[in-house]
Design a protein around this ligand. Structure first.
Ligand code: SFD
Ligand code: AMP
Length: 634
């Protein structure tokens, strides 16, 4: 592409992504870099003010430990996370994030985020770990601090990072392209911090036709973190752990406030409460089936059993919850006031973070204080920061991590100089927006330390840069060369456009890897067939075609998704058990095997051979005595 300018940017620490983790990294890295006269650069595919999962805002901060109040301890949080993930978690990472997360929340408040307070001036909790916020502008507030810290000249927006730049097996930077101008970017850096979020639309979504693209997690998080770290040769963890949230049906409104704050019940079409009627099923998943709160995947599973038995729809009993809360107020005038307050809180919960759910309520004449509302399990997502766990395998903090979990700088992947945070780093679930920010801060500081102690200039060969440029821009060339071969630009014997490619990927994942249509169920033969079809899809990736920069981005997003898909299918195959029913069910191996599989299932794509390696890594308890650890489910 002769009319493409190549722009080279040299920096010390490169932050890729501009979301919660990246903004946390920016604040901390800028502070430490200044002390050492180093430069920190951030690059985001979108505009930092409204990029990433928090673009629309949030109505709650889901991780606040409240260590200062003395109500919770680090051990409490570690126990909660370990149990929720059916025993599979890195306690060192979870504890490290938990001990830093409160300060991120206090910073948000200082920067102007309104956090709900009660009459005594204390934070209003949604649940034990969650705080209610007026969060429509959450991301803008967090972005402003990051921008102030870095300086606007050090931020590149609307540049889609496509691949890592390597110096042998060490990271040397990243390459990408502008989605608005004909510019190919080559960022060279001593340390690179990956925070490009999770992966959405790897599986076929429930939405179709006019609603296509609607999802719970943002469709613009397309697996770039996983692709980047895999292609750099980093070891990955928990690639089999996809997250399926239960959400208000069709517009994906959050359920947390209803279950935790409003204490609502969910019932089936017959009015039965599956969390009660299906309780005995929990015995099959001990010790995790007996913990409190019941792990997210098991909560899903009990509801799914009702749906499988034809007992849907499943309803959130909003009318019942609102009545119960307002009836508790005896004075009629006060009761009326309470009712109004609850109604407005219910709407605000959606307006703060899932506006389309409020629109759907309005469009379908849904009055929450009068009528229950349907809920459903969404489609699978890859997200290391919520109740999923997928991401890179990173080094733990020196003072907490045993030798098996520590190989140097905190939050550095197994590739020298490559750091990860938020959805990009694995096995440290339940960090959410606040914990991702905190993890970004720790990783940002660590990346600066790496750049100080490894001062050699980054080096990447011209041949590598040229090869990447050619490969990345190829879809534009392909389109230009072949567009005349047919009258319909979507149907052409010489190329495939991004949407058709994505549909093929989603169909494979849906039918063979346990998506919505397959009721989240799969087996070895299905997975192997899925691998075969993914192989064919991978061959066709070189035929992707794009008429413009926007579609070029779409093409690469789908290549990134495809690599996330492959890591997933390989790891679901590797783990010979069902550990997370409600997320996926291996019909050929329908129970949990604590003896052989209470371990991490890790994988690595080896750049020098193009082969994949699969390996087990041990679960090492830190926060519980051996006996107690068992009792607590870990
Ligand atoms: O209720 C590239 N989340 C919630 N967290 C909470 O604390 N409270 C809630 O209420 C939450 N809920 C919720 C949440 C998310 C969503 C979408 C909804 C509801 C509807 C989760 C958090 O948002 C999440 O944990 C964090 O945001 C994760 O942080 P991070 O940094 O890992 O990801 P990001 O913020 O999405 O940022 C990703 C960035 O990468 C950029 N990017 N840049 C360059 N090149 C590429 N190729 C790139 N690909 C991506 C993005 O633009 C973005 O800047 S509730 O449901 O639980
Ligand atoms: P959600 O809106 O589902 O993302 O939930 C917000 C927070 O509440 C997350 O920390 C969830 O893990 C938690 N949560 C949601 N539903 C429940 C529930 N029924 N019991 C316990 N925790 C829940």
């Amino acid at each position: 592409m002769a009319n493409f300018e190549t722009v080279e940017v040299k920096t010390d620490v490169l932050i890729v992504g501009g979301g919660m983790a990246a903004c946390g990294a920016a604040v901390e890295a800028a502070y430490w870099a200044k002390k050492h006269n180093l430069q920190v650069t951030m690059v985001d595919k979108a505009a930092v003010d409204r990029s990433g999962a928090v673009a629309m805002g949030l109505s709650a901060i889901n991780q606040y430990v409240g260590l200062k109040d003395g109500k919770n301890t680090l051990k409490d949080y570690v126990n909660y996370v370990r149990n929720d993930l059916m025993g599979i978690t890195r306690e060192d990472l979870v504890a490290d994030i938990a001990r830093h997360v409160d300060s991120s929340v206090h910073l948000f408040e200082k920067w102007g985020l309104p956090i709900w307070k009660d009459e005594a001036g204390n934070y209003v909790h949604e649940g034990r770990w969650q705080l209610m916020i007026n969060g429509e502008s959450y991301k803008v507030v967090v972005a402003e601090a990051a921008k102030n810290a870095l300086g606007i000249d050090n931020i590149y927006e609307r540049v889609f990072i496509t691949a890592p730049l390597m110096d042998g097996d060490k990271i040397a930077g990243a390459v990408g392209f502008s989605v608005r101008e004909n510019k190919f970017y080559v960022f060279k850096a001593k340390a690179v911090l990956v925070a490009m979020g999770g992966a959405v639309h790897v599986f076929k979504p429930r939405s179709s036709g006019e609603g296509l693209g609607r999802a719970w997690y943002p469709p613009w998080n397309a697996g770039s973190s996983a692709y980047f770290t895999l292609k750099a040769g980093a070891e990955m963890t928990c690639q089999e752990v996809r997250f399926i949230p239960v959400r208000f049906k069709d517009a994906y409104g959050p359920v947390g406030a209803w279950f935790l704050l409003f204490k609502s019940r969910a019932t089936n079409a017959m009015g039965e409460e599956y969390m009660q009627t299906r309780r005995s099923e929990l015995q099959n998943w001990l010790p995790y089936g007996s913990v409190k709160p019941i792990p997210a995947n098991l909560r899903n599973w009990l509801g799914m059993l009702d749906v499988k038995d034809g007992k849907g729809p499943i309803y959130m009993r909003t009318e019942e919850a609102i009545k119960k809360l307002s009836d508790a107020v005896t004075d009629p005038k006060e009761r009326k006031k309470k009712l109004k307050e609850l109604e407005s809180e219910a709407w605000e919960d959606f307006l703060d973070m899932t506006v389309s759910q409020a629109i759907l309520w309005a469009a379908t004449n849904l009055v929450p204080e009068e009528k229950p509302s349907e809920i459903a399990a969404a489609e699978p997502y890859f997200i290391g920061s919520h109740s999923g766990a997928s991401g890179a395998w990173v080094s733990g903090p020196e003072d907490l991590a045993p030798p098996e979990y520590n190989w140097g700088y905190s939050y550095m992947a197994t590739v020298s100089g490559l750091f990860c945070a938020g959805d990009a780093s694995g096995a440290s679930s339940h960090k959410f927006s606040s914990g991702s920010h905190a993890e970004g801060r720790i990783a940002g500081k660590s990346a600066v330390r790496y750049a100080v102690e490894n001062p050699d200039e980054p080096h990447a060969s011209e041949a590598q840069v040229n090869a990447l440029r050619e490969e990345i821009l190829r879809p534009l060339d392909t389109y230009e060369r072949h567009q005349g071969a047919s009258t319909d630009p979507d149907v052409n014997p010489n190329y495939i456009r991004h949407k058709s490619f994505m549909f093929r990927l989603q169909k494979i994942m849906d039918e063979y890897a346990g998506g919505v249509s397959a009721q989240f169920t799969t087996n070895r033969q299905l997975l192997e067939k899925g691998m075969e079809l993914l192989g064919l899809l991978k061959e066709d990736a070189s035929k992707l075609a794009a008429p413009d920069l926007h579609e070029l981005m779409r093409c690469w997003e789908n290549v990134h998704r495809m690599w996330q898909a492959e890591a997933h299918v390989r790891t679901v195959l590797f783990r010979e058990e069902t550990r997370w029913p409600g997320y996926y069910y291996r019909a050929d191996l329908p129970s949990m095997d604590q003896e052989n599989w209470k371990c991490f299932a890790n994988c690595r794509w080896v750049p020098s051979t193009g082969e994949w390696e699969m390996m087990k890594r041990p679960i090492i308890p830190i926060y519980a005595e051996a006996g107690e650890h068992e009792l607590l489910g870990g």
